[in-house]
Every structure is written in structure tokens, then in C-alpha cells.
Design a protein around this ligand. Structure first.
Ligand code: HEC
Length: 153
């Protein structure tokens, strides 16, 4: 009897697991990889998976009017932006201000940029700012999750 219950529990657990695994999809694969990296102590654990998920929703709400991950729109494509030098998507026409910006996008530079783009790069054509520091942090976590080697696969 107990054995039977055990088997049922086992069967449903593995069904759940395989359902989860088969959801697949690039962003999920990236998140799983990130999570593994966190657990292995490779990456900074500062950005939780929850924060990344919040960031994805905020990105959809605030940024996709002008940006997408893989296509240049009003603004440049974003996959891989974390860790990249500013103004370097080769087929996007940046303002002079952004081309002259000699920085790499990381947590600090992205935060200052999103808080106030014209103050960070006077003359930029990005006319959008995000006042809420928590929202900025979540969006930066999301951009990072779409940059850590996730553009290679
Ligand atoms: C109204 C349109 C618009 C919105 C909304 C917008 N952006 Fe932009 N973004 C731009 C434009 C245009 C540029 C190019 C700026 C330039 O060349 O001066 C840009 C550039 C950038 C860059 C520099 C990328 C690089 O390759 O150097 C980052 C990072 C960025 N945006 C992040 C964001 C994020 C994150 C959001 C949402 C919170 C956002 N943007 C919302 C228009 C927008």
C-alpha cells in the first residue's frame, strides 16, 4: 500500500519535472543557467530569479515601446547589453552623445542612465526615464539575465 502511494507520488513528481523541463524556451534556459551559476557561487547572487521576473514584466511595460531584445527599433536591441560598451550595436544609428560615451553598461552605469539619460549623456535621443530605483534594479537584473552568455546559444 505504502509502496503504491510512493510510486504514485514519484510518478507525478517526475511528470511535473518533465513538464517544467519541456517548457524550454530560451529565457527559461537562461534563467536556469543563472540559477545554477548562483548556486555554484559563480555569479553575484544579488539578483534573485524573482527580481528578474519582475524586471521582465517591467521591461515589457516600459521599454518595448522603443526597444526589443533582438531587433533595433527606435532604440538599439538589448540582448547582451549588460557588459557591452555603450553605443556599439553596429547597425544602429546612435546619437553623437552615445557614440562618445566611453563606458561599459553595468549595474551602476545602467542605473544612472535609466534614472536620467540626458544627465548621463547630454544630447542623447533616449527621452525616457525611470524614477523608481526598485524598478530600475529589476530591469537591470533582467537585462543582465539576457546578457550572461545567453546570446550565444
Ligand atoms: C521613447 C523611446 C525609448 C524608451 C521608452 C526607452 N528607450 Fe532606451 N533608447 C532609446 C533610444 C533612441 C536610444 C539611443 C540613444 C542615443 O543614441 O542617444 C536608447 C538607448 C538605450 C540604451 C543604450 C544601449 C547601447 O547600445 O548603448 C540602453 C541601455 C537603454 N536604451 C535602455 C532602456 C531601458 C532599459 C528602457 C526601459 C526602462 C528604455 N531604454 C526605454 C529610446 C527609448
Amino acid at each position: 500500500m505504502f509502496l503504491r502511494i510512493g510510486a504514485v507520488v514519484f510518478a507525478s513528481t517526475s511528470m511535473l519535472l518533465s513538464a517544467f523541463a519541456s517548457q524550454g524556451g530560451e529565457p527559461d534556459a537562461c534563467r536556469l543557467r543563472l540559477e545554477t551559476a548562483f548556486e555554484g557561487g559563480e555569479a553575484s547572487p544579488v539578483f534573485s530569479l524573482d527580481l528578474i521576473a519582475q524586471g521582465e514584466a517591467l521591461y515589457d511595460r516600459h521599454c518595448t515601446a522603443c526597444h526589443s531584445l533582438d531587433r533595433n527599433r527606435v532604440g538599439p536591441k538589448h540582448r547582451g547589453v549588460y557588459g557591452r560598451s555603450a553605443g556599439t550595436v553596429s547597425d544602429f544609428r546612435y546619437s553623437k552623445a552615445l557614440r562618445a560615451l566611453d563606458i561599459v553598461w553595468n549595474e551602476d552605469t545602467l542605473d544612472a542612465w535609466l534614472k536620467n539619460p540626458p544627465a548621463f549623456a547630454p544630447g542623447t535621443s533616449m527621452g525616457f526615464r525611470l524614477n523608481d530605483p526598485e524598478k530600475r534594479r529589476a530591469i537591470i537584473a533582467y537585462l543582465k539575465s539576457q546578457s550572461d552568455g545567453c546570446d550565444e546559444s
